[in-house]
Ligand binder design. Structure first.
Ligand code: GN1
Ligand code: MG
Length: 364
C-alpha cells in the first residue's frame, strides 16, 4: 500500500503524538496489518488494520463486540489491581467517534494501541510457555464469564460444523475450478468423520455444552507474553463470539502442540507434542475448572480434534473453491495446509484416549 495513503489514514483516528512511519506487520491470513510509530517515546505506537470486508461483513457490529469485551476486561483488570492499558486492548476511535473508519473505496479500517515490550511466538517452544498460554486463555474466559450483554453473531456458524458442512457440500457440488477430482482422498478424510462430528454437535445444539464468551482464534501468535513468560494480553479480538469454550481450547491445541508448521510440507515433522498438550491443559484448567461444567470437561479433549478437523475442512474447502478465503503464497498452499493439519489430526486421534484421561485427572 502507498505510504502517503497509510499516513493519511492515520490522521482519521484520534491518535496521540506525531506519526513518523507506518509499516506492514505480521502474517495474518485475513486482514492487512500495519504498525504506526509515533515520534516521541511518550506517545503510544498503534496497530492499524484493514479489516477484510468479504469475511467480516458487518465491521461496525464487530467493532462493537470488541469494544464490549475490552471494556469488560479493563474493568476486571482494574479490579484485580492490574494495568488496563497493558492487559487489555485499547481501541482508538476515529475523528467522528466511531471505532472504525470507512475509506472512499468502502474499506474498513480500525486502530488499537500497540502494547510495548511484548514477546510473541509462532510456536510453543517450552511446556512453561504452553502452561502460561493456557492459563492466559482460561483467565480471559473467566474474566468474561459474567459478561451479561450478548455479542452480535458477526460470523454465523464460524465454529459450527453443521454450517461448515452446508458450505462444504455446496462447494463440492459446484467444484468451481475443477479441483475436486485431484483431492478425492482428502475429501474422504472429511466424509469419514462426518457422523462423529455431527454426534458431538448435537450436544452443543441441545445445550449440554453451553456457549460462553470466547475468543475463537487462540493460536499462539494471538497472545502477547511478557519477558517473564507470562501472558500479558490476548489480542486479535475480531472473532470474539458466544460459542463453546472448547473451541478456544481446541484451537490452542491445534497451534501450540504441533511439532511442525501449520503448512509443513514435511509431514514427518507434524505430530501432537504430549508435554506441550499436558502443560497447556494444566494451565488452562488452573483458571477454568472453577467455572466449567462436567460435560464441558468431558468433551474438552475432543475440542482439539474438532477444531483441527474443522481446519482441515476449511483449508480443503478453500482449495476446492479456488482460494477465495485464506491468503495463499502458492497455488497449492491450501492443499499443503490441509495435509499438514490432517497429519496433526491423525496424531491427536492416536493420543485421544490419553488426552481424555489427562483432562479428567487435571480437572479434579
Ligand atoms: C485465520 O487471520 P488469522 O491468521 O488470525 C482464521 C482462523 C484460522 C486461522 C488459520 C477470521 O486467522 O479461524 O484458524 O486463520 N480467522 C478467520 O491459521 O477466519
Ligand atoms: Mg491473528
Amino acid at each position: 500500500m502507498n505510504n502517503d495513503l497509510l499516513m493519511e489514514l492515520t490522521s482519521q483516528f484520534q491518535l496521540k503524538g506525531v506519526v513518523c512511519c507506518v509499516k506492514p506487520l505480521g502474517e495474518g491470513f485475513i486482514n492487512d496489518t500495519f504498525i504506526v510509530k509515533t515520534e516521541s517515546q511518550d506517545t503510544p505506537n498503534y496497530i492499524l488494520q484493514r479489516k477484510n470486508k468479504n469475511i467480516f461483513t458487518d465491521v461496525p457490529a464487530m467493532m462493537n463486540n470488541i469494544l464490549k469485551v475490552t471494556s469488560h476486561l479493563k474493568n476486571k483488570v482494574i479490579a484485580q489491581g492490574g494495568n488496563p492499558d497493558r492487559e487489555a486492548m485499547t481501541i482508538i476511535p476515529a475523528q467522528d467517534g466511531k471505532y472504525y473508519f470507512q475509506d472512499v473505496d468502502g474499506e474498513f479500517w480500525a486502530v488499537c494501541e500497540f502494547i510495548n515490550d511484548n514477546i510473541t511466538y509462532q510456536s510453543a517452544e517450552t511446556p512453561e510457555l504452553a502452561y502460561a498460554g493456557g492459563k492466559g486463555i482460561g483467565k480471559f474466559q473467566n474474566m468474561l464469564s459474567d459478561m451479561k450483554e450478548p455479542l452480535v453473531d458477526i460470523l454465523p456458524g464460524f465454529h459450527n460444523i453443521k454450517v461448515r458442512y452446508e458450505q462444504w457440500d455446496a462447494v463440492i457440488a459446484k467444484d468451481p475450478v475443477g479441483r475436486a477430482k485431484e483431492v478425492k482422498e482428502e475429501i474422504e478424510w472429511i466424509e469419514s468423520r462426518r457422523a462423529k462430528m455431527m454426534e458431538f454437535w448435537s450436544l452443543v445444539e441441545d445445550g449440554t455444552i453451553p456457549s460462553r464468551v470466547t475468543h475463537n482464534d487462540t493460536k499462539i501468535n494471538n497472545i502477547l507474553f511478557d519477558e517473564k513468560g507470562d501472558v500479558l494480553c490476548v489480542i486479535d479480538l475480531d472473532t470474539v463470539l458466544n460459542s463453546p469454550v472448547l473451541n478456544d481450547y481446541g484451537d490452542a491445541l491445534r497451534s501450540y502442540t504441533n511439532t511442525g508448521l501449520e503448512d509443513d510440507e514435511n509431514l514427518g515433522n507434524v505430530t501432537m507434542d504430549w508435554d506441550i498438550f499436558k502443560a497447556y491443559t494444566e494451565g488452562y484448567l488452573s483458571e477454568s475448572k472453577a467455572f466449567l461444567t462436567e460435560s464441558e470437561i468431558d468433551w474438552l479433549a475432543f475440542g482439539g480434534l474438532y477444531i483441527t478437523y474443522e481446519q482441515v475442512l476449511r483449508f480443503l474447502m478453500d482449495y476446492i473453491d479456488g482460494d477465495n478465503y485464506y491468503k495463499t503464497k502458492s497455488e497449492k498452499h491450501n492443499l499443503v495446509r490441509t495435509r499438514a493439519q490432517y497429519a496433526l489430526l491423525k496424531s491427536m486421534e492416536g493420543q485421544y484416549e490419553q488426552m481424555k484421561e489427562c483432562v479428567l485427572s487435571l480437572a479434579k
